[in-house]
Write a protein that binds this ligand. Sequence first.
Ligand code: ZN
Ligand code: MG
Length: 442
Amino acid sequence: MTDLQPSAEAEMVERFLDAAARGDLSRVSAMLSHVPSLINQTGTGGWTALMFGARNGHYDVVKELLTRGSDRFSVNASSQTAYDISKFWGHGHVSKLLGQTDAPKENYFGRETLDRLSMKRTDKEWLDAKETATETVYLLFSKLNPMVSSSREQEAGQTDIKLCRFGYDAVKFLLQKPSTVLIFLGVEKKDPSSQTEGALWEPPAWFAVGTDEDADDLLEGCGGEKRFFPRSAHRDLLRLSEEEAGVVAQARSVLAWHSRYSFCSTCGSRTGLEEGGYKRSCVSAECPSRQGVHNTCYPRVDPVVIMLVIHPDGEQCLLGRKKMFPSGMFSCLAGFVEPGETMEEAVRRETQEESGVKVDLVQYVSCQPWPMPSSLMIGCIAVAVTTDIKVDKNEIEEARWFSRQQVMDSLLRGSHQVLTVPPRQTIAHQLIKHWIGMNANL
Ligand code: ZN
Ligand code: MG
């Protein structure tokens, strides 16, 4: 649609959304055949054609849109998917269609965008060739945060951000410095529909370049007008697309490991980077860590349990707030799994330590990599057997039972909000939605 005037493009999107809202299947199909890129376009309030079809219960239109690749997981300005909308308006046959998905439960930071190709990490020759290949993509990280650029302004005033992608020539000067860390992230996944270029074609490789050099200097060297390094990882890295968030989760955790593990934890000697950035080996020949396999040589992942604790009456859930939370925000309780502990025991222990509430049944829901710096958030629903709250003030400021209605009001951002919950990119938000019965597959 690049050859159209902006107003003409907007008008076409309007007509497309209108056709979906009216259930005009032949018009929807005709427009998509003519302009396939209409499929996930949004109108006022971030509504897609799929959401309009779902709102009015147009089964055939929803089916057609799904077949043509409409994104069932996209959300409108009220954080609702097409599934949520169809369920809310009581179109059971449509919500059944939208709820059918083979996709595993996926959380933000969890998408596996690249093929990691881990067997190539020991193939020095192959990696060297990829480093200088013209199609190779480099991402630049300064003090663990990626260089990004602003894309479009959203209605809520929030700006989406995109990763800046560089070629070998742009980052060559950094790769020559001994303090720079280079990580092989993987190759782009092959699109089965575009296998026309023969067996010799290989998808582009992606690397992350990590440096502690000053962001301002780097921006001067290779930054464009709107490029910048996020100042707050916790806030800004939630503004990436799902695809790019998945890449950042991998790159940032590995880079964070390199930044903290320059010395051998067994003998204190220096360590050197190996295997495409996935191993650090001790330089001392006598070091015991050079015999056998040791977890000190590989990037670490820290398991954290995060749980939504349900009241024995089934109608309330337990949420807590830390002092550093924005005012009014409550979230799920969470804590690190300890050595020799099962996930279920960690949930029971952490809940009791932080809130005084005893928990019995624990059920796993889904998990989320959280690259600040390298947690794996293991999301669970747990059922309480006691209800008295006694908060550990060192960990949290307050914990309360909230009713289903209070939680629903906060998710729908109604006018009677007694609490706010963390944003949709967090697994806490998804656990809460899961309990309310809304679509957890966001
Ligand atoms: Zn050592
Ligand atoms: Mg704790």
